[in-house]
Design a protein around this ligand. Structure first.
Ligand code: AMP
Length: 208
């Protein structure tokens, strides 16, 4: 199955993705995770992407599309992918359609995890991530509950940057809701509930 996870930053895409991966072994591709690793390792992509990410702006389409073209060629994508944080613009969505058509793989659904912005601002500013395993927790987690690794706050989870990321989402990414609705692929899930309850709805929607 090939799935796009849509939703504002902090809607719970990463959390749902990691639960789906754990339960069903799907191939999870998060452009945000790939970019953060590239920044950490100071690769040419990371060096180009860092300033955009720190400001909460989008990394230019060409860089992301090239990155995804390469990633989609890897053998682990053949069993289907769960795309988290990509596409984020209409140009990226069109490029994804072309990539999937070239690989003769269908897009099964675009799952919109829907959460109000005031809830998101509270969630993101208290979000913490594990440096070792990427577990997504909150400020209440002193150590990672999964691997006891160090929990840290992402550079872009401060309030000013969060507000910019939400503006960018509204302007550049929210139009994809209409894009996938027109393509008859859109499934909307209420994301303002316990992650397990959201997961149950996701499973039902995808017939898992
Ligand atoms: P995320 O972890 O998905 O919230 O992504 C973190 C940051 O990485 C975003 O704020 C962007 O700066 C960048 N990024 C991730 N995915 C994309 C994308 N598909 N297009 C452009 N920028 C992206």
């Amino acid at each position: 199955m090939n799935i796009v996870l849509l939703g504002a930053p902090g809607a719970g895409k990463g959390t749902q993705a990691s639960m789906l991966v754990e339960k069903y072994g799907m191939c999870h591709i998060s452009t945000g995770d790939i970019l953060r690793a590239a920044v950490k390792n100071q690769t040419p992509l990371g060096v180009k992407a860092k300033a955009f990410m720190d400001a909460g702006d989008l990394v230019p389409d060409e860089l992301i599309i090239d990155l995804m073209k390469e990633r989609m060629q890897e053998p682990d994508t053949e069993k289907g992918v769960l795309l988290d944080g990509f596409p984020r613009t209409t140009a990226q969505a069109e490029a994804l359609d072309t990539m999937l058509a070239g690989l003769e793989r269908p897009l099964d659904a675009a799952l919109l995890i829907d959460v109000d912005f005031d809830v998101i601002i509270k969630r993101l500013t208290s979000r913490r991530m594990c440096r070792e395993c990427g577990y997504i927790g909150t400020a209440a987690d002193e150590k990672c509950p999964k691997c006891a690794g160090e929990m840290y706050q992402r550079d872009d989870d401060n309030e000013a940057t969060v507000r910019n990321r939400l503006d960018v989402y509204e302007k550049s990414t929210a139009p994809l809701i209409g894009y996938y609705k027109d393509a008859d692929k859109l499934i909307t899930i209420d994301g303002d509930r316990d992650p397990q309850v959201v997961l149950a709805d996701v499973e039902k929607a995808l017939n898992l």
